[in-house]
Ligand binder design. Structure first.
Ligand SMILES: *Cc1c(COP(=O)(O)O)cnc(C)c1O
Length: 471
């Protein structure tokens, strides 16, 4: 495939001329801006990197460094940066109808088009969509829908959610309560009640002598044990990411999801797939649950839904849930910006691009397998790499002290940060979750760009191995 960006006009030189020096930006940032998930005291001592513009799969910082973006922003810029079509759509929509609500017997063309389009790309049975502004709000919405679903059927006591330790479901109070990040829970004395967590299917760390398949099955069966402990009459739903994203791109073995689905059906519990990262082509399928071959009742979407160009999230409801909800009177939930016309219009254009330009197909049939093979080949000889997980254009690289015994380093977070620092210095965006290095580049990445990404990733992992005296 040709690089879709080569034909695009370069950003006007004026726009690239920094309005201020890096130092000025950093000082103002330090003086007034609190960053998410950051230690501001520590960050302000070194100063933030200032990203000024981007094109295709590359970012530029205020020092003029060209950086290859191995993370598509935060797992979201699926169509790549600098898509003029999306800017044009947003511009036109702002002039035509920048805002109107969808509360009071009212609707508008962009939200109608988006709903129709989502029903075309979503799996069979998903015909209804509820909108919000983020993945976190999407999962809040999932909780609201699930409660309403059971209450409408005379089972309001079915109110427990079960999720996983080291799962990520966002950072609103409900999203973080559903999520299993201990470091987030520690700072949240008030959590949403009626949520229980089971262990994650992280074979490399916890699998012991079991095969990945045995281990994944056992971890899935923890769901059954937890349901029996709480009482099936009290359990409303299970929610999970098809593969854990922020938790380290952990792909469970094939035995996992069929067993989770079997247990949910057996005990009459809704199965919710948080597809905020997995959705819109990441694995080469439209949704990651299709990669694993299971059938959820609810799907949370955000990130790739608009390729991050504007904030929007959504929940897709399978017919069996939507039918109940739609015959149960008022659903008392909504956001001022539910179905925001500009966000909806951009999402429509984004999804059409992913579909009609064959971007998702290309990840499935060409660049996805190419990336997975190249990465595994490049890292096979590294003494520091224990395993590579992934499909399509997403991968988790496990760092290890000893490949034979799967021993982990004493300070996994320190190790990951050390590797990430090498990436930073080498103009590569690769994220670390403890001792797993994560890649999730824009879905438009070409084979040539994949070569560069893989080569840089292997180089930075090699530098880390050298620091440790392993290579
Ligand atoms: C990013 C993410 C969220 C939260 O989305 P926000 O838009 O940051 O609120 C929820 N679930 C998963 C799986 C995510 O990766």
């Amino acid at each position: 495939m040709t690089n879709p960006f080569e034909t695009r006009p370069a950003i006007h030189a004026e726009a690239r001329k920094p309005a201020r020096t890096t130092r000025e930006w950093q000082q103002m940032d330090a003086a007034h801006h609190l960053h998410p998930f950051s230690d501001m005291g520590a960050l302000n001592k070194i100063g933030s990197r200032v990203i000024t513009h981007a094109q295709g799969v590359y970012l530029w910082d205020s020092e003029g460094n060209k950086i290859i973006d191995g993370m598509a922003g935060l797992w979201c810029v699926n169509v790549g940066y600098g898509r003029k079509e999306l800017a044009d759509v947003a511009y036109k929509q702002i002039l035509e109808l920048p805002y109107y609500n969808t509360f009071f017997k009212t609707t508008h063309p962009p939200v109608i088009e988006l709903s129709q389009l989502l029903s075309e790309v979503a799996p069979a049975g998903f015909e209804h969509f509820f909108y919000c502004n983020s993945g976190s709000e999407g999962n809040d919405t999932v909780i609201r829908i699930v409660h309403k679903f059971w209450a409408a059927q005379g089972k309001p006591q079915k109110r427990y959610f079960i999720s996983r330790h080291n799962g990520y479901h966002g950072s609103t109070i409900a999203g973080a309560s559903l999520g299993g990040m201990g470091y987030m829970h520690e700072q949240m004395p008030s959590q949403v009640p009626n949520i229980a967590h089971i262990n994650q299917p992280y074979w490399y760390a916890d699998g012991g002598d079991q095969t990945p398949e045995q281990f994944a099955l056992a971890r899935a069966q923890e769901l059954e044990a937890k349901i029996l402990e709480i009482g099936a009459d009290n359990v409303a739903a299970f929610i999970g990411e098809p593969f854990q994203g922020a938790g380290g791109v952990i792909f469970p073995a094939d035995t996992y999801w069929p067993e989770i689905q079997r247990i949910c059906r057996k005990y009459d519990i809704l199965l919710c797939a948080d597809e905020v990262i997995g959705g819109f082509g990441r694995t080469g399928q439209w949704f990651a649950h299709q990669h694993f071959g299971f059938e959820p009742d609810l799907i949370t979407m955000a990130k790739g839904l608009s390729s991050g160009y504007v904030p929007i999230g959504a929940v897709g409801l399978h017919r069996r849930v939507a039918d109940v909800l739609m015959s149960a009177g008022d659903f008392n939930h909504g956001l001022t910006y539910s179905g925001h016309p500009v966000a909806a219009a951009v999402a429509v254009a984004n999804i059409r691009m992913l579909r009609d330009d064959g971007i998702v197909d290309q990840v499935r049939t060409d660049t996805g397998p190419y990336f997975q093979n190249s990465l595994r080949e490049a890292l096979a000889g590294s003494p520091l790499v224990g395993e590579v997980h992934g499909a399509g254009l997403v991968a988790g690289i496990q760092l290890t002290k000893d490949k034979a015994t799967r021993q982990r380093f004493d300070d996994p977070w320190g190790l990951g940060n050390q590797c990430r620092d090498h990436c930073f210095r080498n103009n590569l965006i690769m994220r670390a979750t403890a001792d797993r290095m994560l890649l999730s580049p824009p879905l438009v990445m070409t084979r040539g760009e994949i070569d560069e990404l893989v080569e840089k990733a292997a180089h930075c992992i090699g530098l880390t191995a050298r620091d440790l005296g392993m290579a």
